[in-house]
Design a protein around this ligand. Structure first.
Ligand SMILES: [Cu+2]
Length: 310
């Protein structure tokens, strides 16, 4: 890993259209979803090769089964890279006497997790939907190893107990799982080389995202190496002060929250310098203000920032 690039994401683009795609990507990150659409689930990213979280199964106010994260009926989007480990403590808080009816047999409110589409082990403590099962009040501990050569893509995780998963999944017990980034020395060189050749023949475009620039990688296929190293590279650095402030104002406005300019300045210099960091602090402040029935002020922000994230 290249030291100066550690905290930034390097995006290597092939042909100018790749750069156009990058611009779109950045705007989507900044603007988020238009008001009135489904709320965006929280996003969790692996750090130093691991993503750990506690997930609950529970019942919403409307009586639906749901995943719960940090006390909210949310299914967080999990972002991992090939080679990462995903650790989930999954607690079944569904009632021992189920409120809902099942198709063939009485509901038992048991649950577990299936990682749909991932090429991982079917044995406990990974993607084992047969022997890993939590009755109400029980906990399952998952440790999922994402292979180093796992293809990037959008996958999903969902509840998977036989006879009950249909009803539970329709209720909403599912979430997105994203495998990002190709990693140096951990992808199929022949496949990428063929893909690039095919794209050139078809005048199509390929966008590669990674955390380090290909210039430092070693290649078995020399032609692939020279092709990748010759690509235009666009580095996405952390947002600067002005952008981070604008993002904070926008995120508060999304929640119909009018906040003081001094609070924005206070937060911008204290939070992690990323869009994810901005989203996280706005959500936490909104939650805490509601919970404590207090206005959104610097005093509240000081207390919230001092407390570790739940
Ligand atoms: Cu599935």
């Amino acid at each position: 890993m290249l030291a100066p690039l550690k905290s930034s994401v390097v995006r290597a683009a092939i042909l100018p259209i790749g750069v156009a795609a990058l611009v779109v990507f950045c705007l989507v990150e900044v603007l988020g979803q238009p008001a009135g659409l489904l709320p965006k689930p929280p996003e969790l990213r692996s750090k130093d090769g691991t993503l750990s979280l506690t997930l609950h199964a529970g019942v919403t106010r409307e009586g639906k089964n749901s995943f719960y994260f940090n006390g909210h009926p949310d299914a967080p989007t999990l972002r991992l890279s090939p080679g990462d480990q995903l650790k989930i403590t999954y607690i079944n808080d569904l009632p021992a006497t189920p409120q809902e009816r099942c198709l063939a047999t009485p509901c038992m409110d048991m649950t577990n997790l299936h990682f749909h589409g991932l090429t991982i082990s079917p044995d406990a403590p990974q993607d084992d939907v047969l022997t890993m099962m939590a009755m109400p009040g029980k906990t399952l501990n998952y440790t999922v190893q994402i292979p180093k050569d796992h293809p990037p893509g959008l996958y999903w995780y969902h509840t998977h107990p036989h006879g009950e998963s249909y009803r539970q999944a329709l209720d909403g017990m599912s979430g997105a799982l994203v495998i990002e980034d190709i990693v140096a020395d951990a992808f199929d060189e022949r496949a990428l080389f063929h893909l690039l050749n095919l794209a050139r023949e078809d005048e199509a475009f390929v966008l590669v995202t990674t955390r380090t620039a290909p210039v430092g990688w070693s290649f078995a296929i020399r032609d692939l190496g020279s092709r990748l190293k010759a690509l235009p590279v666009v580095v996405l650095t952390p947002p600067d002060d002005a952008l981070l402030r604008a993002v904070l104002v926008k995120l508060f406005a999304d929640r119909q929250l009018a906040v003081d300019e001094s609070l924005i300045g206070y937060l911008a210099t204290r939070i992690e310098r990323s869009f994810a960091g901005a989203r996280d602090v706005v959500a936490r402040l909104d939650d805490e203000a509601m919970l404590r029935k207090r206005p959104l002020t610097r005093a509240l922000a000081t207390e919230v920032l001092r407390a570790p994230p739940a």
